[in-house]
Design a protein around this ligand. Structure first.
Ligand SMILES: NC(=O)c1ccc[n+]([C@@H]2O[C@H](COP(=O)([O-])OP(=O)(O)OC[C@H]3O[C@@H](n4cnc5c(N)ncnc54)[C@H](O)[C@@H]3O)[C@@H](O)[C@H]2O)c1
Ligand SMILES: O=c1ccn([C@@H]2O[C@H](COP(=O)(O)OP(=O)(O)O[C@H]3O[C@H](CO)[C@@H](O)[C@H](O)[C@H]3O)[C@@H](O)[C@H]2O)c(=O)[nH]1
Length: 333
């Protein structure tokens, strides 16, 4: 059995590739290296470098490889950037998913585990957010992810493609041995920016607003360890293999941490000062996003063991110390 991992050279996808290989699965990675890294892909995976929007290439992958299941990570995924380049987000995210689903339908591949996001909810009416909450995205990014979820819903009716859509909250951490981790350029995510500041690669971190209606005035997010997140993908794959029906699950910790709390935790773990400045709010940022992940626990049997702030930051710190310039200095496969 072969699993296609679309976007498997990216931060989260590369962790999926490793865990699937650890489990003895045959893995094919399709990635255009738009934001991912060839050096993150292990020898044991078959790698096709190319774009999901390239119909001929995607058709070739499905013809040459015995694909039975798909994990779909490939997307543009920055809330702020999406407000500046909405059409690029529609093109890559919606069109890319369309081409993938066309190939799945044509080749009779009938299950997909899909990366969705808390951004589909927009500013929540209540927390913790349950899957039944209203979906009112406040960014083009969230809109495209919701459109992708809806596309899968209609493809299930028309072509019998069952899906599990996993709505991640904020993903952090790295593989425990530090061989892979988060490396975006430019980096926009909170945890790597905090740790780059700890390493002295940045003079300070700017807190985007301290006038939010939260106890310390900074935004609250729900952080999940990337390795726990991938375990949920594997449980979702098993769920689909058992023939269960399509479903949507939140993946978070059910606990919220403010930006200031994250910086304080990182100071404790790294022993570094981590200078801070306070800046303006970043557009599109809800004050608070915290998940209820009870559905994933009850139905998938998800039991996240590494999802504490200390463990997430410690594993990310291990990666950043081992690879201060990310994959830049790595030998390519
Ligand atoms: N990082 C988070 O906190 C977070 C939270 C919620 C959801 N997500 C979702 O998880 C997924 C992975 O996120 P990530 O942080 O690993 O991002 P990433 O940018 O590190 O990885 C995305 C990968 O997909 C590839 N890709 C993008 N478009 C492609 C295309 N058209 N064809 C082929 N390859 C393409 C990129 O080259 C990259 O390797 C995304 O779909 C994102 O929306 C991430
Ligand atoms: O230099 C920085 C970077 C971030 N933040 C704040 O830190 C929080 C977390 O920001 P970031 O790490 O950029 O994540 P989000 O914007 O919350 O988005 C992530 O989490 C979402 C789900 O909650 C996903 O949909 C997105 O793909 C993923 O990038 C936010 O309040 C930011 O305003 C700062 O104050 N300073």
């Amino acid at each position: 059995m072969t699993i296609l991992v679309a976007g498997g050279a990216g931060y989260i996808g590369s962790h999926a590739v490793r865990q699937l290989i650890d489990r003895g699965e045959r893995v094919v990675v399709l990635d255009a290296l738009l934001t991912g890294h060839k050096a993150s892909i292990p020898e044991a995976a078959v790698f096709y470098e190319g774009d999901l929007r390239d119909r001929e290439l995607v058709e070739r992958v499905f013809t040459e490889e015995d694909i039975e299941h798909v994990m779909m990570f490939a997307a543009f995924s920055l809330v702020g950037e999406s407000t500046e380049k909405p059409l690029a987000y529609y093109d890559n995210n919606v069109h890319g998913t369309q081409v993938l689903l066309e190939a799945m339908a044509a080749h009779g591949v009938s299950s997909i585990v899909f990366s969705s996001t808390a951004a589909v909810y927009g500013e929540p009416a209540y927390t913790p957010i349950e899957e039944s909450a209203d979906t009112k995205p406040e960014s083009p990014y969230g809109e495209t992810k919701l459109a992708m979820e809806k596309m899968m819903k209609w493809c299930e009716k028309a072509y019998g493609i069952r899906y599990v859509s996993l709505r991640y909250f904020n993903v952090g951490g790295a593989r425990e041995n530090g061989e892979i981790g988060e490396d975006h350029n430019p980096e926009t995510h909170l945890i790597p920016i905090i740790l780059q500041t700890a390493l002295g690669q940045r003079e300070h971190i700017t807190i985007f607003g301290e006038d939010y209606p939260t106890p310390d005035g900074t935004c609250i997010r729900d952080y999940v360890h990337v390795e726990d997140l991938i375990e949920a993908h594997i449980l979702a794959l098993d769920y689909l293999k058992r023939g269960e029906k399509s479903n949507v699950f939140n993946l978070g910790s059910s606990a919220g941490f403010s930006v200031k709390q994250m910086i304080e935790a990182a100071r404790k773990i790294t022993g570094c000062a981590i200078p801070v400045r306070v800046g303006e709010r970043r557009s599109g940022d809800p004050a608070q996003l915290v998940a209820s992940s009870n559905r994933a626990k009850d139905i998938l049997g998800w039991n996240p063991q590494r999802t504490t702030i200390d463990k997430i930051i410690a594993d990310a710190w291990n990666w950043h110390q081992r690879s201060p310039n990310g994959y830049q200095e790595r030998v390519e496969r």
